[in-house]
Design a protein around this ligand. Sequence first.
Ligand SMILES: Cc1cc2nc3c(=O)[nH]c(=O)nc-3n(C[C@H](O)[C@H](O)[C@H](O)COP(=O)(O)OP(=O)(O)OC[C@H]3O[C@@H](n4cnc5c(N)ncnc54)[C@H](O)[C@@H]3O)c2cc1C
Length: 396
Amino acid sequence: MNFDFSPDEQAFVAEVRAFLDEVAGWPDAADIMCPERESDSILADTPARKAFCRALAQRGYLGMSWPVEYGGQGKPGIYEYLLNEELSRVGAPLIGKGVGCVGQTLIRHGSEKLKREFLPKILTAEIEFALGYTEPHAGSDLAALKLRAERDGAGWRLNGQKMFTTSAHFADWYWLAARTDPDAPKHKGISLFLLPIRQPGITIHPIETMGEHVTNQVFLDDVFVADDYVVGAVNKGWTYICEALDYERFTFYTFSPLEQKLARLRALLCTRRRDGAPIIERPHVRRGMARLTAKVETAKMLQRRVIYASTLDRVPSIEAAMCKLYSTELHQEIADFALDALGPDGLIDKHDASAPMGGKWEWSYRATALDTIGAGSSEIQKNIIARRALDLPLTY
Ligand SMILES: Cc1cc2nc3c(=O)[nH]c(=O)nc-3n(C[C@H](O)[C@H](O)[C@H](O)COP(=O)(O)OP(=O)(O)OC[C@H]3O[C@@H](n4cnc5c(N)ncnc54)[C@H](O)[C@@H]3O)c2cc1C
């Protein structure tokens, strides 16, 4: 079986790499490309990173898989995957929320007005979105969300609270799920809205996570949204959210950070010494590195299966759940192993100059927990696999 990419796809990767080499010469390159950062989804939250996203747009790298009639290039989704792999390899902001979740959903379900208003701005990287799904009592059980949207003339009045809205502190628009029919079964009374996130009635409070990823609580107090800004049909929001979440699991969890992390750990353990000898010479460290190398290869195969399934023109939900579960937990396992192998030195954090690799592994140990929770926790991925791949009944 040949797992190689086609000559066209390989040429595209070479083109992206050449572009990233150019960016490495930009004065603010260090802000844009941070390979040591401990998060797959580096946000476009500084002027330099926004300028970088606009440069991606100018190169035609945004919306490559969108239909030509909406300004896209009608290319297979694999090009977006290859682009994200290259971006995450150098720790640059990924394409995701706008082009992926919001853009793809609008193309499939949005009104002509919403398509005309938002799609061109997504393609030029002019606007940033925040996704408002989770609430204090609705995370894994997202359909239990309570934020109320009540009829008010030619629109809706929104009241309630969201939790863990990443990007709310710098985004322009809020992609928000609210309950429009409190009497319908819980999956059936939800609608999706688009609203400017900076307006009276919206209050944003930051939440620092243990992995240093900043996310937010958002409070909505009598915020009006006109009917035109309901996405798709009223009370059909659940279907759209599920599609967008599958897309998020597919595009946000790239493979190259795993491969790189292990290569860097290997290099470190080959040179760093404990008790007079390189750490790599310890038998349990060698065994551990061999085990992790095999697992990284497995993660690569799971990622390739997601890509293959997506070429069959269906949402690769089972494959994406397996890949997300396996690769996010493998990130944790590598960090855990690194701390064991490094001994007490591994616990020194980045503020201390003596920390190995600038404190990467201590940070990694804290940060890798986050990706096992965001976009559906590991337990939820297991539920998806049990139900959709194994046809097992729900037991709760
Ligand atoms: C870094 C980060 C960024 C995020 N960004 C966003 C964002 O931009 N927008 C947004 O809307 N949300 C965001 N989230 C929220 C995220 O989607 C939720 O945290 C996640 O869905 C889990 O929900 P919860 O935190 O309420 O935990 P809970 O749902 O309360 O779960 C608590 C624990 O119980 C387990 N559990 C729950 N239900 C089951 C079950 N049925 N079977 C087995 N185990 C179960 C979970 O796995 C977990 O271990 C983000 C989260 C993180 C960590």
